[in-house]
Write a protein that binds this ligand. Structure first.
Ligand code: OSB
Ligand code: MG
Length: 369
């Protein structure tokens, strides 16, 4: 396929309520949507998962805009690409900037699937017809408020509850939740808020039968996580620390992680996600698909990826309505009783709603060969 035209849309959408983590709280979501067009007029879509500030990783909307415009687009525009697996190879001389790379690569995967009349899930080798999803719950004003929020999501049927923790909002909060819901599949995500100095505190979480604790220690660490895992019964799941298949291999070999949260943006795209998937499947490491508060295009990519067989644990991709009054795709993503049906239309299988998209677009940038 010949890449004829690429459009970047800078988007701004307000979430229904603020999302709070150990690194901060926000409600305005700014992100990029990419549209890549081939010589036949097919269009593929990708979403950058970088936030407006470098809270979660060093990438931001502005660094993504810079890297995509000045480095990535020139490498693919007017080029002939046979298969999207080539894209990560083409981008490999450029270090990191994984979310920027994933946004472009994701649009090319969607384009490839549409051109070949395949669903993105089929193009990736996915097999599941529906996927199990859980929900990620930000830090709440009080434990009572959190219990009520969790109760609501259990009633909606979500398959597991993930709650954010931070120092001062951890053991007692989890204890109260466990008392209120003795059976619910429960896990905690610390987003790197602790160090090994907190070992005694983290060990106390072992009594609550958590499915896992996500990224308790530094965002670039795998050494201390290995030390911590030796002291904990609760499995550690790495998120921020895993940027590639090589990172996954090293963390698994060291014993730093027993489960991996795969985020397409964080690892640099769908091809790398698939490699991590295949490696973990071979090693018996369960994985699940994380979320970055995506709008519809990004959610659609997560749904397609999650249809691969080693996505054993429920992911973080909930209904569009979890964050958005209206989403950018038709139909919206809907979880019913904790399941999302993997669409079988071509490409991502959801139609971008250009009228809605236009309303939330702050700026467009178009590149034509
Ligand atoms: O650590 O998984 C995370 C949101 C923003 C940044 C980091 C994370 C999260 C979530 C929410 O947990 C996942 C979602 O609902 O998209
Ligand atoms: Mg996380």
């Amino acid at each position: 396929m010949h890449i004829k035209k690429i459009t970047i849309r800078q988007m701004k959408m307000r979430m229904k309520s603020p999302f709070a983590t150990s690194f901060g709280s926000f409600q305005e979501k700014e992100f990029l949507v990419l549209e890549v067009t081939d010589e036949l007029g097919n269009a593929g879509y990708g979403e950058s998962t970088a936030f407006s500030a470098p809270w979660y990783s060093e990438e931001t909307l502005q660094t993504n805009l810079h890297i995509i415009r000045d480095f990535l687009i020139p490498l693919v525009l007017n080029k002939e690409i046979k298969h999207p697996d080539e894209v990560s190879q083409i981008f490999s001389p450029l270090r990191k900037n994984n979310m920027a790379k994933a946004a472009v690569e994701g649009a090319i995967w969607d384009l490839y699937a549409k051109r070949n009349k395949l669903s993105l899930a089929d193009a990736l080798g996915g097999t599941a017809e529906k996927i199990e999803v859980g929900i990620s719950i930000g830090i709440q004003k009080s434990t009572e408020a959190l219990i009520e929020v969790v109760r609501g999501y259990i009633q909606e049927g979500y398959k597991r509850m993930k709650v954010k923790i931070k120092p001062g909002y951890d053991v007692e909060v989890i204890r109260s939740l466990r008392e209120a819901f003795p059976e619910v599949p429960l896990m905690a995500d610390a987003n790197s808020a602790y160090t090994l100095d907190d070992l005694e505190l983290l060990k106390q979480l072992d009594e609550f039968d958590l499915m896992m604790i996500e990224q308790p220690l530094a965002s670039d660490d795998i050494i201390d996580h290995a030390k911590l895992q030796k002291e904990l019964k609760t499995p550690i799941c790495l998120d921020e620390s895993i940027l590639s298949l090589e990172d996954a291999r090293k963390a698994i070999e060291l014993g730093s992680t027993k489960i991996i949260n795969v985020k397409i943006g964080r690892v640099g795209g769908l091809t790398e996600s698939k490699k991590i998937h295949d490696y973990c499947m071979e090693k018996g490491i369960p994985i699940w698909c994380g979320g970055m508060l995506e709008a519809g295009i990004g959610r659609a990519h997560n749904v397609a990826l999650t249809s691969l067989p080693n996505f054993i644990l429920p992911g973080d991709t909930a209904s569009s309505s979890r964050y958005w009054e209206e989403d950018l795709i038709t139909p919206e993503v809907v979880a019913i009783d904790g399941y999302i049906t993997v669409p079988n239309g071509y490409g991502i299988g959801y139609e971008p709603n250009l009228e809605v998209m236009e309303r939330y677009t702050v700026e467009h940038f178009t590149f034509e060969g």
